[in-house]
Every structure is written in structure tokens, then in C-alpha cells.
Design a protein around this ligand. Structure first.
Ligand code: SF4
Ligand code: SF4
Length: 171
């Protein structure tokens, strides 16, 4: 499968989407919550908003926050990292023995980077970016999934801005 699924044109000033061209018309995505790969790569880096969300879910910082920004050299606005178990899995990954699967115990409050997986962006020029997929994900081409439309891509970009905007500092 080609890893580019859509081409997005943005207004350079407002960053609003001015054109969306889906290159794989049949493409659908819905997370299967399998946590097969994405939750076993070490706890993800967290934005200030991510930390606030997890606190809203009822957890104290000392129980989930690692102050180091492992894997976040290019994301200086990250305020720490989710704690990781010795086997590399995120501390919020839990096994559902009844359903024989893994789930995220804070799914509705999960961090921005968890919401962005398995998509990534590549700048093509000053206005256009390519939306790409990371092929190792069980939710790709999920028949129950959402098509790539304006709403889907807008939501994705919103989470991305939380991660990359330099004005969203930790303090
Ligand atoms: S993003 Fe993909 S790999 Fe991760 S839990 Fe969802 S379906 Fe599974
Ligand atoms: S917070 Fe949830 S979705 Fe994110 S890595 Fe941990 S278990 Fe996976």
C-alpha cells in the first residue's frame, strides 16, 4: 500500500485547509484498540494539555509523569513522558482477559500523540502536505472505519497543532 493517503493544501497564513485530495478513495480508518504496537513503544511524550487531561481522568502526576522528554528532541514543548513498564509498554495499557485483547485504560483521555497514530505528515512545499500512514496498524482499512474527509483531516490537524505549536508551553 502506498503510504500517502491524502494531499492537503493549507492557507499559509491561517493554516486552514483550502483543498483536500484523497489519493486512496477506499481508505478507511478506525482504531481497533488492539494496542498491539503503538502502546508498546514506550510511554509517549506529553503536552501540557495531555497532562491536564490525564489528571482529569483521576490520576496524580507523580503516578504517570516521567519528567524526561525521551524521544521528544524535536518537540521541545513536550512537558514529560508517560511512565513505561520494564517491558516497554505504557503504564495505561491493560489486558482484557475476557475479550482476549489489550486496551487503553484512559482511552477517552489519551494523549495527542496516541490520537495521531498511525498518521504522519510530510511537508511537500510551503502550502501542501502529504498525509501518510504508518503501515503497522490494525485499524487501517477497517471496514467500520471513517473515510478520509474534511472533518477527519481537520480533527487530525487539530491534535497535531497541540503537539507542534511552540506557544503551548509547559508552564
Ligand atoms: S492505532 Fe492501530 S495499532 Fe494502535 S491500537 Fe489502534 S488499531 Fe491498534
Ligand atoms: S495512553 Fe493509552 S493509547 Fe496511549 S500509549 Fe498508553 S495505553 Fe496506548
Amino acid at each position: 500500500m502506498d503510504d500517502i493517503v491524502a494531499l492537503i493544501t493549507l492557507d499559509p497564513k491561517t493554516r486552514a485547509i483550502t483543498d483536500l485530495s484523497v489519493t486512496q478513495k477506499q481508505f478507511r480508518f478506525k482504531c481497533k484498540r488492539c494496542a498491539v504496537l503503538c502502546c508498546k513503544l514506550g510511554g509517549p511524550p506529553l503536552t501540557k494539555k495531555d497532562i491536564e487531561q490525564i489528571e482529569k481522568a483521576g490520576y496524580a502526576k507523580k503516578d504517570f509523569l516521567e519528567p524526561t522528554n525521551r524521544n521528544a528532541e524535536n518537540l521541545p514543548q513536550m512537558c514529560g513522558t508517560l511512565k513505561t513498564r520494564p517491558d516497554g509498554s505504557c503504564i495505561f495499557l491493560q489486558q482484557d482477559l475476557e475479550q482476549n485483547c489489550f486496551t487503553c485504560s484512559i482511552y477517552d483521555y489519551r494523549p495527542s500523540l496516541c490520537r495521531l497514530y498511525p498518521f504522519s505528515l510530510e511537508n511537500l512545499d510551503s502550502k501542501r502536505i502529504a498525509l501518510k500512514i504508518i503501515p503497522c496498524c490494525m485499524g487501517l482499512n477497517n471496514p467500520e472505519g471513517n473515510v478520509l474527509d474534511y472533518k477527519f483531516v481537520s480533527c487530525y490537524l487539530e491534535h497535531l497543532l497541540d503537539v507542534i505549536l511552540p506557544n503551548k508551553k509547559c508552564n
